[in-house]
Design a protein around this ligand. Structure first.
Ligand code: MEV
Length: 753
């Protein structure tokens, strides 16, 4: 096999992202963006949901279209292939595959990752000829005129030759038709299709040479079609894993190694096992094929036909121990894939995924897919020969439930273990375990942390921009932070977002720029320290996460460096940070983050400031926040509403007046603890926000789910166009939260007192 050239682009050392699986969807996208793996455009497409195949395009692809079908798109991390880092896109519905791959790749990268080789990407076209009087003569004549046949084939697609590919050669085979009884000659046209999958091209060539084949053989050409047994486009991957890297879960490395070898031997001798073994390999290969817009049925049929090439169906991998006692794995399989044309042009997700892989050529992609097949096989065999696959599924399920329940970092592993132990892997159970653990554990670490509140706007968003009142409640403990002086420079660590970075000097953008400005204002820019942030609310979901982050960090700095800041100073500095982050903030977020109290806010006409009034609650307010996972596009929605207001001021002012009436009534209802009334006001307000076109199908679904499961009121909160909803749920918090999670959303149960 010729060895391949390295890919361009790729993840360049960025394939390791700590705690990726614990992040929210938005946080994962942000972490990939931050590492330069996703472009601004990719982020916009993913965040707005515009990355999927559009219906009008789908309607032109196949017949009788009635919709577009969805499947999860996940990214496997840690892949080191031919010395290059890859984040691998996977489209698959089965749990454990993405995690299994990331885990296998993490172990493999410790000993150099995967090495791959590929052949030229040759596709075979078949031309079947029958009714031939003299098969020997016909075969000899075809072979004698191969140059003429190849030239004719190339004349049908001259561009492929210009790209360095094209028809290369022919081969001729002879068969007897078992039922029909006739003999046949089958001509194989070997075509290098370069970066195209090449099916249409080869079919065109086969049809184009048919009459020449008839003339040469004196027979009749019947079928003219490519072969999916693409054994001239092979990919091979190998990996070497020292036994010590395999130990764990009560097994020595040698035991795991020998278990994997024995499990693989089973697939080499028994076709019943081989079918399952190869299915596991295809779990990975097909998922990449789908994500990269390749024909997974073609790859499947090639793989299984190749697995039976000896006359007996066998596993596609080999695992053995080398002289040093290391485990060595190898896979060789056909991998005819394309990296140009087809769904790359029609499906924006496919384009994003190719970019994520560094826009590889077809051979590089084939090598990556072979490595993924080998990694998936390793994950399956290791699980099967140790804990068994169900245990693994259970652990993953428990982790995902713990993550949905918003289990704090420090308790995560204990909660996962306790969930499995309890046999009740449910969100409510995870929260119960967290409560128990928090009560029973002395938490010296937690005591070192400074915290700040997030906010949820109960009523009045958008109208507040036009001088009407807004009513907001705090979300306790939204962000925690701790500052440790020492080290070198200023390091920012946010494990939940997988972020570890140095705070650069002035001029830096985003969070780094904001924190630098903050340190500068506090006279700490020259000090060495690590700032650790533990966010408990997702960012960009309209929950005041950025102000809470600023306040928690300011407080942690105050504590670490004894600055003696009072509430007013913390609030003022957080407001400055919000100004850097958002332009012209109302001041609600930083005020709630600092003081953590329910507020009524009204902007002073013509000014950036306004009047805050603390609201005293008659009783605790039981809320559930439903999170769409889609970034709240506040700046856009504010601009859109402003445009509408400028076009029809009286009409929109009347709407804002109505919202103000509801907000004032809601303030009274809160003061008096009248939840029925408050719920109704929230529902009415959602109607007005809908009239302002701020809702989205996801927000509507969350509102509907909340009301269906007993919420007294539910409405979008904050900017709209994504973000979150807030639901008032006396006695129904658990039911509403669980229903939101069943519908595929994250939820936060918050009781404000
Ligand atoms: C399940 O989708 C795949 C496995 O059955 C593969 C195997 O048994 O090797 C776990």
């Amino acid at each position: 096999m010729a060895s391949k050239s390295p890919a361009e682009g790729g993840a360049e050392g960025g394939a390791r992202i700590p705690n990726f699986f614990r992040m929210s969807v938005g946080e994962r996208i942000a972490a990939l963006h931050q590492r330069g793996l996703l472009s601004d455009d990719d982020v916009r497409l993913l965040a707005s949901g515009e990355h999927t195949l559009r219906l009008p395009v789908a309607d032109k692809m196949i017949e009788n279209v009635v919709g577009v079908f969805g499947l999860p798109l996940g990214y496997a991390l840690n892949f080191l292939i031919d010395g290059r880092d890859y984040v691998v896109p996977l489209v698959v519905e089965e749990p454990s595959i993405v995690a299994g791959l990331s885990g296998a790749a993490r172990i493999a990268r410790l000993s150099g990752g995967y090495q791959t080789e590929t052949t030229d990407p040759i596709l075979i076209g078949q031309v079947q000829a029958v009714n031939i009087d003299d098969l020997d003569r016909a075969e000899a004549d075809l072979l004698a005129r191969r140059e003429e046949i190849v030239a004719l084939a190339n004349s049908l697609h001259p561009k492929m030759q210009a790209r360095g590919g094209g028809a290369l050669d022919i081969e001729v085979f002879r068969h007897h038709a078992p039922e029909d009884g006739r003999d046949m000659l089958v001509l194989h046209l070997l075509v290098d299709t370069r970066d195209a999958m090449g099916a249409n091209l080869v079919n065109t060539m086969c049809e184009g040479i048919a009459s020449l084949v008839e003339t040469i053989t004196g027979g009749k050409v019947f079928l003219r079609i490519l072969s999916n047994l693409t054994d001239r486009a092979l990919a091979r991957a190998t990996v070497r894993i020292p036994a010590k890297n395999l130990e764990g879960k009560g097994y020595t490395g040698e035991q795991v190694r020998d278990g994997i070898i024995l499990a693989n031997d089973f697939a080499l001798v028994d076709p019943y096992r081989a079918a399952t073994h190869n299915k596991g390999i295809m779990n990975g290969v097909d998922a990449v094929a789908l994500a990269t817009g390749n024909d997974w049925r073609a790859i499947e049929s090639a793989a299984h036909a190749y697995a039976a090439r000896s006359g007996r169906y066998r596993g596609l991998t080999r695992w053995y121990a080398n002289e040093a006692g290391d485990l060595v794995g190898e896979i060789e399989m056909p991998m005819k894939v394309g990296t140009v044309g087809g769904s790359l042009e029609t499906n924006p997700s496919v384009r994003i995924n190719h970019r994520l892989l560094g826009s590889p050529n077809a051979r590089t992609l084939a090598g990556v897919m072979a490595a993924v097949g080998l990694a998936q096989n390793f994950a399956a065999l290791r699980a099967l020969s140790t804990d068994g696959i169900q245990q693994n599924h259970m652990t993953l399920h428990a982790r995902s439930v713990a993550s949905t329940a918003g289990v704090p970092e420090a308790l995560f592993d204990s909660v996962v273990e306790a969930l499995i132990e309890s046999g009740e892997i449910k969100v409510w159970k995870a929260r119960e375990i967290v409560g128990n653990l928090q009560r029973s554990r002395a938490q010296p670490e937690a005591a070192d942390r400074s915290s700040a509140c997030g906010k949820v706007i109960l009523l009045g968003e958008h109208a507040v921009v036009y001088g009407r009142p807004a009513l907001a409640l705090p979300i306790p403990l939204a962000v925690e932070a701790v500052v440790r002086p020492g080290g070198s420079g200023v390091n920012l660590v946010i494990p939940r977002w997988g972020l570890e970075q140095k705070i650069r000097p002035a001029g830096a953008q985003g969070l780094s720029g904001i924190l630098h400005a903050m340190l500068d204002r506090l006279g700490l820019a020259d000090r060495d320290m690590t700032i650790e942030v533990i966010p408990h609310v997702p960012r960009a979901m309209g929950l005041g996460g950025s102000a809470a982050l600023a306040v928690a960090v300011i407080r942690a700095l105050d504590r670490a460096f004894d600055l003696g800041l009072d509430g007013g100073a913390v609030n003022a500095l957080a407001f400055e940070c919000e100004t850097v982050a958002h332009g012209t903030p109302s001041g609600i977020d930083n005020t709630i983050a600092t003081y953590g109290m329910p507020l009524r806010f009204q902007r002073t006409p013509g000014e950036d400031t306004g009047r805050f009034e603390e609201i005293s609650l008659a009783r605790p307010v039981p809320l559930v926040i439903g999170i769409t996972g889609r970034e709240s596009l506040t700046a856009n929605t504010v601009a859109r509403v402003r445009q509408a207001w400028e076009n029809h001021r009286r009409r929109y002012d009347a709407l804002f007046d109505q919202i103000a009436v509801l907000t004032d009534a809601a303030t009274d209802a809160l003061r008096e603890g009248q939840f029925e009334e408050l719920g109704e006001l929230m529902n009415l307000c959602q109607g007005y926000l809908n009239a302002l076109q701020l809702s989205t199908p996801e927000l509507e679904e969350l509102v509907h789910v909340a009301r269906e499961h007993g919420a007294l009121g539910a409405k979008l909160t904050g900017g709209g166009g994504g973000g979150s909803i807030v639901a008032l749920c006396p006695d129904t918090q658990e039911a509403v939260a669980a229903a939101m999670e069943r519908a595929g959303y994250r939820s936060l149960v918050v009781t404000v007192s």
